[in-house]
Design a protein. Sequence first.
Length: 240
Amino acid sequence: MAKEDRRILYGRRRGRRLRPERARLLDQMLPALALEPEALDGDPADWFPRPVRALWLEVGFGGGEHLARQAATHPEIGFLGCEPFLNGVAKLFAVIDAAPDGAPLDNIRVFPDDARTVLDRLPDRSVDRAFILFPDPWPKARHNRRRFVAPPQLDALARVMAPGAELRLATDHMDYLRWMLFHCLRHNAFEWLAQGPADWRERPADWPPTRYEEKALQRGTACVYLRFRRRPDPAAAAPD
Ligand SMILES: C[S@@+](CC[C@H](N)C(=O)[O-])C[C@H]1O[C@@H](n2cnc3c(N)ncnc32)[C@H](O)[C@@H]1O
């Protein structure tokens, strides 16, 4: 049995019944924009209708606000978004559908399922930037092991990310923040790019907000933004 078949996906796949318009978009757009697991083994350049310079990956894009804004700002980049919650996928499709004819968002593909399957299958060094923004915090101690930012996923990210690629994480949950820092800082593939408090307290200008973040800020909850760089492999480093 493949590793991906044995996994439990925690969280919802469906929420409230979709409005008919959203349900129609999902039916129409999924076949065109969703990747089958087998496609993930191939060359990401083949997923898009025109050449792209690099691949950026978003894990758990929610309603796709950040993904769509990044894709509109960077038409030269191909984006892969993973989100098993189909209501969120439908929301992203509504944004893509509403894009003006002159600037279609043709640089987004989705995997409407567990991002761990994507991390298992993508080619080595194929991802130039990865985003995991406000992953589910699983606050109870007995649920901590469900957290996405954890050694198996960091190992997989280290494999699929190109040397020098950036990993962006965000959370409003201070225990998950400590957990993220603990696991990322002890992982030898990742180097934290922060130089001072402003680097984690303020969202960089090229980092659009997400819905979860906006709700946290409205409640008065502080959010933290982390940027890590995938280190070059030691074997590839220049000799002294
Ligand atoms: C707290 S929400 C944040 C959504 C969005 N990033 C935002 O900031 O608004 C976490 C998201 O991660 C998704 N998620 C949970 N486990 C996942 C997995 N294994 N692969 C991909 N997405 C996952 C959930 O469905 C949910 O939409």
